[in-house]
Unconditional design. Sequence first.
Length: 211
Amino acid sequence: MNKPIQKQLTSENFCAWASKCQDGRYEFVDGEPWMIPEPTQRQNKIMKNVLAATDLFQRMNSFMAMFGLDTFIRTPNDNFRRVDFGVMNLFPISKNMTSGADTENGLEAQCPIFAMMIVSQTRRCFDLIEKIEDLKKVKSLTHILLVDPDFPQVRFYNRSHGGQWTSQRVVGLKSSVIIPNIGIILTLSLLYEGVMFKANPIRISQRSLER
């Protein structure tokens, strides 16, 4: 995450400011706006695959809607987060399940239930961990998918009915991720279709054995 710019912004006026900003996309974290990295070509290809995989789902589910980087997820501590792809419930059962007001200009996700992020090499690892922990606080959110753009692997975070979060690493093009609350099975072969992978990362254990 880049150094924050100095602006007199609050959680009440940030969305309006961000929608007019021309020099990049920003998140609002701990009372300050932070610029986020622009997607790479590799990330854009993965995003196209995700949209193709979920297009039929969108047509069949009128009670859910997809959103992307131009829509914010508002967390309980008034941070405004962006994700590469998300799904929100248009008709939440309870008002307590909403993460923020559904603004007239559509800048906030009304009731996000799924969020996907593609790892960026220009973003600090600590910032990414903090973002995931921040998103976990959103009551309506039940699934988070973290995607590695360079190697066929994802980490799937799932919230149980009791509210506890667990995560699972899924590896290999033959693997798939079941996302129960939105009713789709996302195969990694489809997620990474057309993506050229870099050399497989060397595990620490393998590297130590070679010494």
